[in-house]
Ligand binder design. Structure first.
Ligand code: CUA
Length: 349
């Protein structure tokens, strides 16, 4: 994963979450983090709280069991060393077994069940917050398509592998797949949910602080399953509005001769058969919409940082980077042509 800067979290109070933050920051350095123990979303908060509750409860029980085991060993040893017949094992005495083996575990499991259900909000039927924005997410082998479903048709747009949402606003994601079963998972924001062809699933995201949140397909879906990442960008309301306005606009015309050459090659070459760049005759729908690909942090579904070098390598031979992806190799291009194509694609901000 590329090292991408993210803004720091605010509003942490609970100690476990602070520990999670420190551990997460130490382990991940500058990468876009995706730890469930470092939540920043309404759903992920509950999952992290439940995880800590289970970890701490299990830890306490583990220590108690170890203590009892050591006590028994010590007692056994003393009995062997001196008073031979002091081990109290009356045949038929099942009190200890009944309490330690059935009643105590029963009580602990009941406690875990009740606390677990109330933390996750499953006990009294939890009502998800009303969504103020709906995004249709379609999983493909191996990338994510995101269609912003605004009420007005002229407000709708499509993007890929990077989903912007406004901070503090409940967002509904309607998930479906174009091929096999995938699973949508952004660990810091929400639990995972299967993405099924021919069916839709509904997940809510509510980001509590601005920043980048890495997501990952969490269901084995073929050769490049591990390379099916995405980034959710949580923007303050004003930034989100600016972003959405910019995404809605058609692509910018090229500003220099190299980018112009790149555009000519893009529109007149194989690229346009699979990709859409709104504002040009390129209207392919097999691959991601590239109208504003230059504004994204990564390419190839989170595989590489979005740089000229990565773009050139990807265009020249995507199969060497992500074998099995639908993007064919383009070994026909010269170095200059690759640079022109990458310059054009990169200028699509
Ligand atoms: Cu898609 Cu794994």
């Amino acid at each position: 994963m590329s090292r991408i800067r993210h803004r720091s979290d605010r509003g942490r109070s609970a100690l476990p979450r602070r520990i999670g933050t420190l551990v997460g920051a130490a382990l991940l350095g500058g990468c876009v983090p995706q730890s469930t123990l470092w939540p920043s979303g309404a759903g992920a908060d509950k999952i992290a709280t439940l995880s800590w509750f289970l970890i701490i409860t299990a830890g306490i029980l583990y220590v108690i069991v170890l203590a009892v085991t050591f006590a028994a060993m010590l007692r056994n040893r003393r009995a062997r060393d001196g008073e031979r017949d002091t081990i109290d094992m009356t045949p038929g005495d099942t009190k200890f077994v009944a309490i330690g083996g059935a009643i105590l575990p029963g009580l602990v499991l009941a406690l875990v069940f009740v606390v677990g259900m109330s933390i996750t909000g499953a006990f009294p039927a939890a009502r998800p917050p009303r969504a103020q924005l709906t995004i249709h997410v379609t999983a493909h082998q191996w990338w994510w398509q995101a269609d912003y479903d605004y009420p007005a048709l002229q407000q709708r747009f499509s993007t890929a592998n990077e989903i912007h949402i406004p901070v503090g606003v409940p967002v509904q994601l309607i998930l479906t797949s174009s091929d096999v079963i995938h699973s949508f998972w952004v660990p810091r924001l929400q639990g995972k949910l299967d993405v099924i062809p021919g069916d839709t699933n509904d997940i809510r995201l509510l980001a509590k602080s601005p920043g980048l949140y890495r997501g990952q397909c969490a269901e084995f879906c073929g050769l490049q399953h591990a390379h099916m990442g995405l980034i959710v960008v949580a923007d303050p309301a004003a930034d989100f509005k600016t972003w959405a306005t910019q995404q809605l606009a058609p692509s910018r015309p090229p500003r220099d001769s190299l980018a112009l050459l790149g555009q000519r090659m893009f529109v007149g070459g194989p690229c346009a058969l699979c990709h859409t760049v709104r504002g040009t005759p390129a209207l392919g729908t097999v691959g991601p919409d590239l109208t504003h690909v230059g504004s994204r942090h990564t390419i190839a579904a989170g595989v590489m940082p979005n740089t000229l070098g990565s773009l050139e390598g990807w265009i020249a031979n995507a199969q060497a980077i992500k074998p099995g992806a639908l993007m064919p190799p383009n070994t026909q291009f010269t170095g200059l042509e690759l640079r022109a194509l990458a310059t054009y694609v990169s200028s699509l901000k």
